[in-house]
Write a protein that binds this ligand. Structure first.
Ligand SMILES: Cc1cn([C@H]2C[C@H](O)[C@@H](COP(=O)(O)OP(=O)(O)OP(=O)(O)O)O2)c(=O)[nH]c1=O
Length: 190
């Protein structure tokens, strides 16, 4: 099989892909993340594609994987917070309710001058217990908010506020490895 390249700077995506037993190299994407879509599943697919494309342009014979994660809550699209205040308002929106986490994945295979593309999105519902203002402030103090969509990481201290999830846990952490593995099987068979 041709070389697999993960177009991501995210240590979590790296760990999840390695956990799936996939051998790969990492080349962080410098894609400009410009969104033209409105629906959350379309946004993550668009961004995953842009990230994969930026790396695939520099490859001759490789299968490049790009991914993007966002949170959708009551019509709002939440990416990474830019400030403490923004993190506070995101978590205030999420506490005591159910929201959706979307991860888009783009696969671009380049071989003998030809290019093939597969893009998909996976959704997971996440329900938060209610949080007091003090708990939200204390959570932000942990420093776990800033590099994560929706200002929380299910895999860290925020775990104590997760009442339930419906769907793939790994999708929330940033990469739906099970679906990706299935898609990779199909993709490399073709
Ligand atoms: C909701 C949630 C998000 N996240 C993370 C996954 C993503 O890494 C991040 C969303 O940012 P992304 O822009 O999807 O990815 P990234 O900038 O971290 O990495 P790259 O673009 O180089 O691939 O939020 C968690 O780790 N845990 C969670 O519970």
């Amino acid at each position: 099989m041709k070389q697999i390249v993960l177009a991501s700077a995210s240590p979590r995506r790296r760990e999840l892909l390695a956990q799936a037993g996939i051998v790969f190299t990492v080349k962080a994407s410098d894609a400009e993340e410009v969104v033209t879509e409105n629906a959350p599943d379309k946004i993550v697919k668009e961004l995953a594609f842009l990230k994969a494309k930026a790396v695939a342009e520099r490859e001759e014979d490789a299968l490049v994987i790009g991914a993007d994660t966002i949170v959708a809550a009551e019509g709002n699209i939440l990416g990474k917070p830019h400030s403490r205040e923004e993190a506070f308002s995101m978590l205030s929106m999420l506490q005591g309710k159910t929201h959706q986490v979307y991860t888009g994945v783009a696969l671009i295979a380049k071989e003998a001058g030809k290019e093939r593309l597969e893009v998909f999105a996976e959704k997971t519902d996440v329900t938060f217990y209610p949080m007091t203002e003090k708990e939200i402030q204390e959570y932000i103090d942990t420093g776990e908010s800033m590099d994560k969509a929706g200002a929380y990481g299910i895999q860290g201290r925020a775990a104590v506020y997760i009442q339930k999830i419906c769907g793939d846990y790994n999708n929330v952490v940033g990469l739906p490895v099970a679906k990706l593995y299935q898609k990779l099987k199909e993709f490399t068979r073709r």
